[in-house]
Design a protein. Structure first.
Length: 73
């Protein structure tokens, strides 16, 4: 990129400031997948064995129970 173009682009950058009053979050753990995909992902995470994977697997099991009404092992 030539220097004139770069300078023009830098001049076009505008900073803003905003106050956030509320943050709403959703967890989406393979929401558009079927029971087979949920089960495989949960099983794979559990096999990894590290604390983070185990934690995500537990959240995914909760999601699966709510979505499919079954337990995953």
């Amino acid at each position: 990129m030539d220097e004139a173009r770069r300078s023009a682009m830098l001049r076009a950058i505008v900073g803003i400031e905003m106050n956030v009053e509320i943050v709403e979050a959703q967890r989406k753990l393979i929401q558009h997948k079927g029971q087979t995909e949920h089960s495989g992902a949960i099983r794979g995470l559990k096999q990894r064995g590290d604390a983070g994977s185990i934690s995500i697997a537990a959240l995914m099991e909760e999601t699966a129970r709510n979505k499919f009404g079954t337990e995953f092992r």
